[in-house]
Design a protein around this ligand. Sequence first.
Ligand SMILES: NC(=O)c1ccc[n+]([C@@H]2O[C@H](COP(=O)([O-])OP(=O)(O)OC[C@H]3O[C@@H](n4cnc5c(N)ncnc54)[C@H](OP(=O)(O)O)[C@@H]3O)[C@@H](O)[C@H]2O)c1
Length: 367
Amino acid sequence: MPSSQPQPVAPSVRRQSAPHVAIAGATGAVGEEFLRVLAQRHFPIGKLTLLASARSAGKTLAFNGDDYTCEELTEDSFKDVDLALFSAGGSISKKFGPVAVDAGAVVVDNSSAFRMTDGVPLVVPEVNPEAITDANIGLGSDNVAGIIANPNCSTIIMLMAVTPLHRAVAVKRMVVSTYQAASGAGAAAMRELEQQTREALSEPGAVGEVKTQAIFPFQYAFNLFSHNSPMQPNGYNQEELKMVHETHKIWAQNENEKTAITATCIRVPVMRAHAESINLTFAHPLPEDEARRLLEQAPGVSLIDDRANNRFPMPLDATHRDDCYVGRIRRDLSQPGETGLDLFVCGDQVRKGAALNAVQIAELLLR
Ligand SMILES: NC(=O)c1ccc[n+]([C@@H]2O[C@H](COP(=O)([O-])OP(=O)(O)OC[C@H]3O[C@@H](n4cnc5c(N)ncnc54)[C@H](OP(=O)(O)O)[C@@H]3O)[C@@H](O)[C@H]2O)c1
């Protein structure tokens, strides 16, 4: 069963005063989660600036019991900002991320805009915190402003579960299939799933057709489909390729040591929290019990692996929680000896896949 949640940490602050934090995309699914995570973890905030599109200018959002008014994101939004948390989409990050850095801020970006850019650290704090130190980006006086990228949400959840095993016996090949929630596509996608479900159930007798279809190209309620990211000429969609390329960058693998990875990403009508089925091939044998022990000890990972009761991770276990939940841990009988393993993982991708991971990065910058 889920373990207790990690206790919020108040990081040691080297600055004289708490940073001025700006959130670009504050009204979105990730933006609103940022506000919850920052408050729950007692992140030190001297001043908070909430930014969104012109549509949201004047809207109020609550933080720590106070109301804050959203401003329109413009080129002038980052004056005196120390830390800018971006979750407003790739094109906004591309345009305004460098503006924030020029104004002296450190940017932690949730979009894919800079993830594969040379010199931009791509960080999961439990996996490769050293990437931040190496880049010398930080909030202290002897560090420099720059951009740090938050990986793709499916990549983060996968690597939370697989990295402890990879560190022990080296993963040679990884086959992953995802079951991705509506919230991964933002607040409007969540509203579409809810509305479609109402419409479908309003038809007497059978599950009927839906009228609302603005975000996804297909009916989402009572259905599932291949991930809606752009299809590439090689037959993979962009989400699948992100999982491949980002893993190689996060694990700092050179051309000769790259793990062979293939992914199939599917959108399922779950409101929140992604699930992933993962098949691994190791360079060295790893007994099932040893894999279980490694995962039990891994920070940010909890086990739900109860064969007797057929009780394994479900999206609802992970919803609004920090940890990634791992189960169905079993030797892959199709691979020789103890060189293959199957896993099933669930993680809240708005939280660990986005806002929490970015705030954990920001906490590392404060040390
Ligand atoms: N959802 C996830 O699980 C997840 C996980 C990892 C990464 N991400 C990434 O995080 C980013 C945000 O995702 P989301 O799910 O939070 O999306 P969302 O719910 O659609 O929110 C988008 C946010 O961006 C703002 N925005 C849109 N156009 C803007 C503009 N022209 N200028 C300023 N702000 C603008 C929106 O403001 P308005 O309300 O004013 O429109 C809103 O605050 C995306 O890059 C996404 O890929 C999301």
